[in-house]
Design a protein around this ligand. Structure first.
Ligand code: SF4
Length: 315
């Protein structure tokens, strides 16, 4: 393990075989080493971001974990695009609570035409009226649309791989893993940073998790949101058992080992741990989605700010 840590800290990168070894290592030791790697590459910097669910429900896609897919009957809230003032006010409210990075998220395969114009206007207003760093999460877009988002003020695009290439067809059939990879490449080509991760606990194997970590490393993403599946009644994954805390810790530490410089960002699901997932931020994670918009986080901005400060992070 020490050799592996030294290799990573001196600039080496892991391969699939190394990933298999990580899975067999003592968990406490793996978490300690992941924390050491995080300190070596990222220091004490921590990041909290929030999202606004700009448009909810009626999505044409069939992602099996998602409450917003029109393929399942989940009772999730449905509404068209929030008005620009509503999105801007929510951003200001978050900024006043100490948040510095904010993302507009829309359900659906992509946004085009008037919906894209609406989002661009929101980015322009947020850039003019707040000091927030802006992220965009709108599905599959053209390179020209990405360029327009960047021009309007977005600096980072969020597009999860969700799982491994092998397992993806079991999770979604209306678009492909390659659609996602090509989308990320177009966003990068337009000059946007990439935030991309996935959901743990959808029935994937440990090898799938290693493969996803490796693909994210090869894509050079700067931020990796890791969600823990919260099974939603009405979706095909409603009956899956939750991952144990040990499985989550091992996964997070493994993602850090493969992606030493990235923000490893805890997203949905950590609220089920009694302490808000404190141990995750001593095991490789150094960022989180917070606030009350992602209904499955179960956390608060004030609580997360206090936890990060208590762990010695500079937000
Ligand atoms: S594309 Fe997004 S909103 Fe639509 S079903 Fe998949 S995860 Fe849900």
């Amino acid at each position: 393990m020490e050799n592996l840590a030294e290799r990573i800290i001196s600039g080496g990168r892991l391969d699939r075989e190394d990933g298999r070894k990580l899975l067999e290592m003592d968990l406490e030791e793996l978490c300690r080493v992941a924390d050491e790697i995080r300190r070596a590459f990222c220091g004490d910097k921590g990041e909290l971001c929030t999202i606004v669910n700009g448009r909810s429900g009626r999505c044409s896609e069939d992602c099996k974990f998602c409450a917003q897919s029109c393929h399942y009957h989940t009772g999730a809230e449905e509404y068209p695009f929030l008005s620009v003032p509503e999105i801007v006010e929510e951003g200001k409210r978050n900024e006043a609570a100490g948040i510095r990075r904010y993302s507009i998220v829309t359900a659906g395969r992509g946004i085009h035409g008037p919906d894209l114009e609406h989002a661009l206007e929101a980015y322009r207003r947020l850039r003019a009226e707040t000091g927030l760093a802006l992220c965009a999460s709108h599905g599959l877009q053209t390179q020209e649309e990405f360029r327009q988002m960047k021009e309007a003020g977005a600096t980072r695009f969020h597009a999860n791989l969700e799982t491994s290439r092998r397992y993806f067809p079991y999770i979604c059939t209306t678009h492909t893993y390659d659609d996602k990879i090509e989308n990320i490449r177009r966003a990068k080509a337009a000059g946007l940073e990439i935030c991309s991760g996935g959901i743990l606990g959808m029935g994937e194997t440990w090898e799938d998790r290693v493969d996803m970590a490796l693909d994210l490393s090869e894509l050079g993403v700067v931020s990796i949101p890791l969600n823990l599946l919260t099974p939603i009644p009405g979706t095909p994954l409603e009956g899956l058992p939750p991952l144990t805390e040990e499985e989550v810790l091992r996964s997070v530490a493994m993602f850090r080992c493969f992606n030493p410089t990235a923000w490893i960002r805890m997203a949905a699901g950590r609220g089920r741990f009694a302490d808000g997932g404190r141990k995750l931020f001593q095991s490789g994670a150094n960022a989180a989605i917070t606030g009350d918009m992602l209904t499955t986080t179960g956390t608060s901005i004030a609580g997360d700010r206090a936890m990060f400060a208590g762990l010695g992070y500079q937000i």
